[in-house]
Write a protein that binds this ligand. Sequence first.
Ligand SMILES: *Cc1c(COP(=O)(O)O)cnc(C)c1O
Length: 412
Amino acid sequence: MPPNPLMVPEPIAACARRLAEQEADPLAAFIYDLDALETHIQWLRSHLPDGVDLFYAIKANSEPAVLRTLAPWVDGFDVSSGGEIQKLIEHDITQPFIFSGPGKLDSDFRLALEARVEQIHLESHDEIQRLNTIAAETGRRQRVLIRVNPTLPDALSTKLAMAGQPTPFGLEERQLTDAVIQVDESEYLELCGFHVHAMSHQTDVYRHLGLLDSLLDKWPIWRALAEEPAKVTQLNLGGGMGVNYQGIDQFDWPTLCWHLARRLAWLPEPPRIRFEPGRFVTAHCGYYVMQIIDLKHNHGEDFAVCRGGTHHFRLPVAQGHSHPVVHLPQNACEGEARPLTVVGQLCTPKDVLARGVPMVNPQRGDLLVLPMAGAYGYNISHADFLCHPRPVQQFIRPGALRVNDTLALEAV
Ligand SMILES: *Cc1c(COP(=O)(O)O)cnc(C)c1O
């Protein structure tokens, strides 16, 4: 289960203190707990019904240590660019991989084919045509899925919807007949199924189940479009399981798996299902640590100005939320908590990571820990802005965590 993010496990706090001692300047660092990541992926896997594959979308966090930790527990990796394929090759990650995403280059297709990609998800008529031409050069038939942007019930959308509305992703259902014919007529392509990654940030399992149910209802119709429906066996349902950054009511994965198992059991010819979550896999294992450089009072508000900022950890601004912060004081202190705004070193008023963070007697040099920073954290950030140095990235394996080894958050 995702840990309670309002606590910082003691090994993380100890690592943060050690790193801070080693640095001449105040610290900004990411710490990743690979044991927690491994426990979490094992937990995800343990609930997975028969007939369902688990892939990891590496764009959420493609650090080699993360990929190596996940590799034994996933059926493969989902990549979205030539650069991500290159990364798998460079780091000798040999698990199967699948390739999706808009705007694929011919050179991306060539690289994917060379690296023996398992399946490519095609997003447009043009991609179908280009991949067929490129696959012909290799003389091999390439297995493909067609990505669909289906019409969805309104009630199912989230704040980051990729489908059910105009987006650059996939083909509309009314274009599907033509797309299926086009693939069937492409000598070097073999249609295996359909792909829908409809949304990100779904924290409500019942809404997610509603989405999956509506796609399973469409499955026989889509499949019947193929010349040989018996060869169309795969339905990739994407990722999108959300993380509640306020730290409560996390996505109910066991319930999703339980309902899906029952639903598949009822279907006369169930497709092989594939999930490819990103955020829900790696968010919880990462922590961003900032050390307080300066404390200020300005126009009625208290500020903690910290090493680092949103150029390392853009997620809170990207999502428009105030991120939870755990204050690690240097000395135990008592007294009344006062709310602070936590900012970084950038010369922009947008460099805010959290507001109204209650802290008791905050001091210059104290460490602040921002949990749930393992997905779409450092890798979506504009790290070169203002020529600040890049943060330390530390990967640790602290062993099994004990309940007593946690420090309570002063509140969020
Ligand atoms: C980004 C992406 C994912 C992962 O999305 P999460 O919200 O991180 O689970 C899965 N599939 C595709 C095609 C994606 O682009």
